[in-house]
Design a protein around this ligand. Structure first.
Ligand code: PLP
Length: 422
């Protein structure tokens, strides 16, 4: 492993292709993974881990589900890319819309970052306003305008702004603490008339999972509407995760624009953004807002998405959906009991099959309280788990995920490991 890391660092900056993979938040050398199946991943030495990172969210049905492999293999034999429209893209868009009715029209792109970047440009173009509002610690991919008081890898490294983002651009982005309705009202009172959009994860997962306070999302909806700003829900993580129709279905709040990614592509590079037809029709070539992509709607990614959407449909009745949630709740119950047995106060923030175990005495309700959790203790816990064959997100300020491939027996075993290490 060490030799792989040494080699990687010679040709890849920091040895990784995305910062959070470098283990800086937990220390030690990153693990190189070689394959995955169901709830497990195997590292380059052949050691097996129960995987709670799940590629940072996409793997709702675990690693390498056979149906997905067949669907992608069939598409592969037909050709990897045409650079033209294809019928599969229509099916994907219709499938997305069946779960997210607020997305009347949809564009497919290749990453969550691209979806957010495009949605932000569309919001600015459509409203003819420049300013954006986001949450403290809110991470939306490495979009220039949003690397301002950002979370995820950025929060982990304590660099709220990235070098290379012009100050002139960053000054157009305002940020508020999550769950503080007073602060939200205040900023809209002062800046509402100049805001193109308020963009947020309706359930922030990039500061670790934090749930919205009652009425927060409703108030965000009302304020954006009143001030002519767009409400953008970044559901790259929550989409198809907290309910089939994402957080907007779960909380019953309809945004103007939605960004999806991760689960949609089932591990292949596919993401999407969409909203009302009149708004989406402002995109080129019909409209003045330019947005494009050589590999957008790529046939392999579209085949994966169609398989994912088909499987999600099969489990989308509330009875079936609850099967995974109940499994997750039993697992959380085990963790809480284990912590209580040891007289430990931990905060297990969770919604359905995503969770963060915060080493914190106080409730975690926003970025500031998330940052006060004991990251050193988390790092110890993380490495203990790693040794015992359980792979968690390598940072306290991230979400972990449970897939349908995590059987009750697998979860019980993982809960025992957690219990021992707590
Ligand atoms: N939005 C959210 C909420 C995310 O969590 C992420 C990535 O973690 C992104 C956007 C960016 O997605 P991608 O990494 O696919 O560019």
């Amino acid at each position: 492993m060490k030799s792989l890391y040494r080699k990687a660092r010679q040709v890849i900056p920091s040895g990784v292709n995305s910062p959070v993979r470098a283990f800086r938040a937990v220390g030690g050398d990153p693990v190189f993974m070689a394959r995955g199946k169901g709830p497990y991943i195997w590292d380059a030495r052949g050691k097996r881990y129960v995987d709670f990172c799940c590629s940072w969210g996409p793997l709702l049905f675990g690693h390498a589900p056979s149906g997905l492999i067949s669907a992608v293999s069939r598409a592969l034999a037909r050709g990897t890319s045409f650079g033209t429209a294809t019928a599969a893209e229509i099916e994907v868009a219709l499938g997305i819309r069946s779960f997210f009715p607020s997305m009347e029209k949809i564009r497919l792109v290749s990453s969550g970052t691209e979806a957010v970047m495009s949605a932000v440009r569309l919001a600015r173009g459509a409203t003819k306003r420049s300013k954006l509002l986001k949450l403290d610690g809110g991470y939306h991919g490495h979009v220039d305008s949003l690397l301002v008081r950002a979370g995820s890898g950025v929060a982990t490294f304590g660099i709220p702004d990235s070098a290379g983002v012009p100050g002139e651009l960053a000054r157009l982005t305002l940020s508020v603490p999550f769950n503080d309705i007073g602060a939200l009202e205040d900023v809209f009172r002062r800046e509402g008339g100049e805001l193109a959009a308020f963009i947020l994860e309706p359930v922030p997962a990039n500061t670790g999972v934090v749930l919205p306070a009652p009425n927060y999302l409703e108030r965000a909806r009302a304020l954006t509407k009143r001030h002519g700003a767009l409400l953008i829900f970044d559901e790259v993580i929550t989409g198809f995760r907290v309910s089939p129709g994402g957080a907007q279905q779960y909380y019953g709040v309809r945004p103007d624009l939605t960004c999806l990614g991760k689960i949609l592509g089932g591990g292949l590079p596919l993401a999407a953004f969409g909203g009302k037809s009149a708004l989406m029709d402002q995109l080129a070539p019909e409209g003045p807002v330019y947005q494009a992509g050589t590999l957008s709607g790529n046939p392999l990614a579209a085949a994966a998405a169609l398989w994912m959407l088909g499987e999600i449909k099969k489990i989308s009745s509330s009875r079936k959906w609850r099967v995974l949630e109940n499994r997750a709740e039993n697992f959380y119950g085990e963790l809480i009991k284990a912590a209580e047995r040891r007289g430990l106060t931990v905060r297990l923030n969770r919604l359905g099959s995503m969770f963060t175990l915060f080493f914190s005495e106080a409730p975690v309700t926003d970025y500031a309280s998330a940052k006060r959790s004991d990251t050193k203790r988390y790092a110890k816990f993380f490495h203990g788990c790693l040794k015992k064959g359980v792979y968690l997100a390598p940072s306290q300020l991230e979400a972990n995920f449970i897939s349908w491939a995590h059987s009750p027996a697998v979860l019980r075993r993982a809960a025992r490991v957690f219990g021992e290490l707590l």
